[in-house]
Design a protein around this ligand. Structure first.
Ligand SMILES: Nc1ncnc2c1ncn2[C@@H]1O[C@H](COP(=O)(O)OP(=O)(O)OP(=O)(O)O)[C@@H](O)[C@H]1O
Ligand SMILES: [Mg+2]
Length: 226
């Protein structure tokens, strides 16, 4: 059986910055993998390549039997909406929409009607602890509230893979572990795969496996040193 996600020898250059220099990573279905590493090492770029948001310069991205990097923009967008939930490092919420609408829109892209999408959105906002923020816009939310809304948006569509880029970065350690517990609880209950970028060792310790990105290359962290 092929792995669920596989990046092979991926390179990506932005201007003169080589963000990825031959990064490879294999993730099996149902795994929770933490990606750590110094700031600027290429973690977000790798996550975006795996999620089909950024196209590598060289190398391959496989999602099951599909070559993600060879799909056209429309097909990649469709696949992302169907199968991926993404929590961006800086939230990525639409500023003009309320918290509820931000979550509901992703459900409507998946075919839900407006009323059903609103109801499901409210349920998810409740579950992640920001039910009382439903009618607020991102500019009116604290950093931690915005991260919870972004998490609700990523989980509400019941994705096969959840990509989360520093999903607890704006939270204190207690709230961070609570949000992470929620993310992993939902994922494990449904057998979803989680790819989690974090610089926090305690957060990474909740993953099944940890890898480190340094200078655009991925190395495995041996289980004994964790
Ligand atoms: N869109 C972009 N345009 C120009 N440079 C970029 C772009 N995206 C990333 N980079 C550069 O590529 C390198 C890797 O960036 P990336 O965001 O992947 O790092 P990171 O490991 O996620 O860092 P952090 O921990 O600070 O989030 C950095 O030097 C960054 O400045
Ligand atoms: Mg980053």
């Amino acid at each position: 059986m092929s792995p669920l996600l596989h990046a092979r020898d991926v390179t990506k250059t932005f201007g003169r910055t080589q963000a990825l220099r031959g990064a490879s990573l294999t993730i099996e279905a149902g795994e929770v993998v933490a990606i750590s590493g110094p700031s600027g090492s290429g973690k977000s770029t790798l996550l975006h390549c795996l999620a089909g948001i950024v196209t590598p310069d060289e190398g391959e991205i496989h999602y099951g039997e599909t070559r993600l990097d060879e799909l056209d923009e429309d097909a990649r967008t469709r696949l992302r909406r169907e199968a991926f939930g993404i929590v961006f490092q800086f939230g990525g919420l639409v500023p003009e929409l309320t918290a509820e609408e931000n979550v509901a829109v992703s459900l409507m892209f998946g075919g839900a009607g407006r009323a059903e999408a609103s109801e499901t959105a409210r349920e998810w906002l409740d579950r992640v602890g920001v039910g009382d923020c439903a009618s607020l816009r991102p500019g009116e939310l604290s950093g931690g509230q915005a991260q919870r809304v972004a998490l609700a948006r990523a989980l509400a569509t019941e994705p096969t893979v959840v990509f989360a880029d520093e999903p607890t970065g704006a939270l204190d350690s207690v709230a961070g572990e609570e949000v992470l517990g929620l993310l992993l609880g939902v994922a494990r209950e449904r057998g979803a795969t989680v790819v989690l970028v974090t610089h926090d060792n305690r957060i990474a310790a909740f993953a099944d496996r940890e890898v480190v990105v340094r200078d655009g290359v991925v190395t495995e962290v041996p289980a004994v040193t964790r």
